[in-house]
Design a protein around this ligand. Structure first.
Ligand SMILES: Nc1ncnc2c1ncn2[C@@H]1O[C@H](COP(=O)(O)OP(=O)(O)O)[C@@H](O)[C@H]1O
Ligand SMILES: [Mg+2]
Length: 470
């Protein structure tokens, strides 16, 4: 029980995962959304960098403006002392409400402090800002060297202004956040449009699915290809073709069952009649005759039933395809041995003409059954005193099996029809079902070969079976 509890959710999850992976909608969505997310990640990184640069730039400009304002306020008084009256604006511009602290330092070229904090570091280069540490806090520092009116030309003063980074950080965040919001909105809109588009695009496919599901079992009407996108039309056409094939196969099957029932009913009625005749017969001789007739009819019925069975086995899909490699010459010899007795009784000269092994690939028992049917026909329809010759030979990539007789033959216009099921030439005296040649055709075609009926010069029938050599 405990085992059940642990495996059940996992198998459910696995099934859900499989369904998601196999879903067209999910696949399409993933292929749209994933690259989009990738693009947006790269974009966010770039916009993060650009926000950084912009914030730095603005801050540096402010620092430079502040340093310049201070430098311009430096003066040399009448005694030659350098003095500065720091203008409030120079420091107030950093009062952005983020609690930043500002430091400044004004020193002379020879290193004496004019104003500000003495230990404030300066940058290495003139007019360029640097990120440094001052009194434990990270600061941005700008140093400006500036000439002072009244001092020698090369005796400049150096003004450094430093500010803590709160405002810069806030600025960077604001810039980045506004970019992020825009991009998020873009993803949402794109995702929404993608889902709506998918839904609309897939609608005809789903309609087709519903239409396929809805059709009743016996209804196989073709679907209209107009309702789906042009890419899917070949699929609809293929589906329609497929249904047409199924329909014609079903029709053939129905015809076959009806024919078979009909063929069985006639001899069965005969058997019933013969049985009641035999039962009524008082005289033992007559009764024996009637029973003999009954036995003959039953034998015919058995033969018909076994032909039906063979035919159904020869049909594609009725049993697992076999790929035996058999020697057709040896198979023909074996079949002919079983017919020697019959040939003798019917006074027919039955001959075999093979000179080498002729290998073919296919269903061994069925190929033998095919030869049986051809020899059986030849012996059955050829008059006493006739000749039947079976030959097997190799011709390049093909093996040729020929069954030739000098019987009545088959008129040209019926050579096609006799290969059909239940077709018998009108006036045929010998009993039969009309299934023999249909079995031959089915077996040969399944083995990749062809059957041809021709009339030899001397009259009679020549059945030629061509099979690919193995
Ligand atoms: N060797 C042959 N010579 C003359 N007619 C033949 C020969 N083989 C077949 N046929 C004709 O073709 C028909 C169909 O043959 P088949 O399919 O074997 O059925 P069945 O032998 O049971 O009648 C036969 O009824 C017969 O009229
Ligand atoms: Mg036959």
């Amino acid at each position: 029980m405990a085992n059940d509890n642990t495996t059940l959710p996992r198998s459910n999850l696995a099934r859900l995962w499989k369904r998601l992976r196999e879903s067209l909608r999910v696949q399409l969505l993933v292929w749209i959304i994933l690259p989009l997310i990738g693009v947006i990640c790269v974009n966010l990184l770039l916009s993060f960098q650009s926000a950084d640069t912009t914030a730095d730039l603005i801050n540096d400009q402010m620092l430079l403006a502040s340093a310049r304002t201070i430098a311009e306020a430096v003066m040399v008084d009448a005694n030659g002392t350098i003095q500065v009256d720091i203008p409030p604006a120079a420091l107030e511009m950093f009062d952005t409400g983020h609690g930043d602290r500002v430091f400044y330092r004004v020193i002379t070229a020879w290193g004496s402090l004019v104003s500000g904090v003495a230990d404030l570091p300066e940058t290495k280069k003139d007019q360029s800002a640097e990120d440094l540490n001052f009194r434990g806090d990270p600061v941005r520092v700008m140093t400006l060297n500036h000439p002072v009116v009244g001092l020698a030309k090369d005796a400049e003063i150096s003004v450094s202004v430093a500010v803590t980074l709160n405002n810069e950080k806030a600025m960077r965040q604001r810039l980045w956040l506004s970019d992020f919001t825009k991009q998020l909105l873009l993803v949402l809109v794109t995702g929404f449009v993608a889902i709506v588009g998918l839904q609309r695009g897939l609608a005809p496919v789903l309609r087709l699915r519903d239409a396929v599901r809805e059709q009743g079992r016996e209804k196989l009407d073709p679907f209209s290809p107009e309702n789906v996108q042009s890419e899917l039309r070949p699929l609809v056409h293929a589906l329609n073709d497929y249904m047409e094939r199924v329909q014609s196969q079903m029709a053939a099957q129905r015809r076959f069952v009806a024919n078979a029932a009909h063929q069985l009913r006639t001899p069965l009625t005969l058997v019933a009649t013969q049985a009641s005749v035999a039962a009524r017969e008082q005289d033992s001789n007559s009764r024996n005759e009637a029973l003999q007739a009954l036995r003959t009819s039953t034998q015919q019925l058995t033969r018909l039933a076994s032909q039906l069975l063979t035919l159904s086995r020869a049909e594609p899909g009725s049993r697992r395809p076999r790929h035996d490699k058999i020697d057709l010459a040896a198979a023909a010899r074996q079949v002919l041995e079983t017919f020697t007795e019959t040939a003798l009784q019917r006074q027919i000269d039955l001959g075999l003409d093979v000179d080498e092994p002729c290998r073919v690939e296919g269903d061994g028992p069925m190929l033998s059954e095919m030869i049986v049917n051809l020899v059986d026909n030849a012996l059955r329809y050829t008059l006493p005193g006739g000749t039947v010759t079976v030959s097997v030979s190799r011709h390049g990539a093909w093996v040729l099996l020929r069954v030739e007789d000098n019987g009545p033959g088959i008129p040209d216009q019926e050579k096609e029809q006799v290969l059909e099921r239940f077709y018998r030439i009108i006036g045929t005296q010998a009993e039969g079902s009309g299934l023999g040649l249909a079995i031959v055709k089915e077996v040969v075609e399944r083995a990749g070969g062809t059957v041809a009926l021709t009339t030899p010069v001397s009259g009679g029938l020549n059945v030629e079976v061509k099979l690919p050599a193995a």
